[in-house]
Design a protein around this ligand. Structure first.
Ligand code: COA
Length: 140
């Protein structure tokens, strides 16, 4: 298994992977043009795990200048529980840290028990003091 930087040329393959692993989390923000902007904006930070030339895991890593954010942490079902997710998360956090950012946030659905176990095991602390509020910018 190798972990390498995600490139926009990976888009079709990673989008197919997300349709298997992360369907509920997909939105307009994951269209190719937005992903290209994200990867440019956070150059070299997002990663893929590759086995035998096939992408089996992804992680999007970025920051807004103050805090780091990880999205689309995903591993293909048949490759889970062998440390690929952990290796991807570790690389993502190393990249965020190298940008001088000292804290990383993730979003996890409340009923995603696998996600919660994974992040807890990694050492993330669950916040009970914060709600996420979202706004449709077209509503203004
Ligand atoms: C979450 C996910 C990325 C984990 O990938 P993975 O490669 O299986 O993770 P790892 O093998 O590195 O697991 C590391 C540790 O996380 C915990 N963990 C991972 N999957 C778990 C599960 N299904 N149940 C309980 N604990 C789990 C374990 O402590 C595990 O260590 P162990 O295998 O030694 O017990 C993968 O399950 C996935 O793609 N899920 C669907 C997408 C998703 O929900 N992503 C998270 C969004 S918040």
């Amino acid at each position: 298994m190798i972990i390498r930087e995600m490139k926009i040329s990976d888009y079709n393959e990673i989008y197919r992977l997300w349709q298997i692993t992360s369907k509920r989390a997909l939105s307009k923000a994951d269209e190719k043009i937005q992903m290209e902007r994200y990867l440019d904006h956070n150059a070299g930070m997002s990663q893929v795990a590759v086995i035998d030339g096939k992408i089996v895991g992804t992680v999007l890593a970025g920051h807004d200048g103050r805090r780091g954010f990880i999205h689309h942490m995903a591993v293909m079902p048949e490759y889970r529980r062998r440390g690929i997710g952990r290796a991807l998360a570790q690389k993502a956090i190393e990249k965020i840290r190298a940008e001088g950012i000292d804290k990383t946030h993730i979003f996890c659905y409340k009923n995603n028990e696998t996600g919660q176990s994974f992040w807890s095991n990694f050492g993330f602390s669950r916040r009970n003091d914060v709600y996420v509020y979202s706004f449709e910018n077209s509503d203004i």
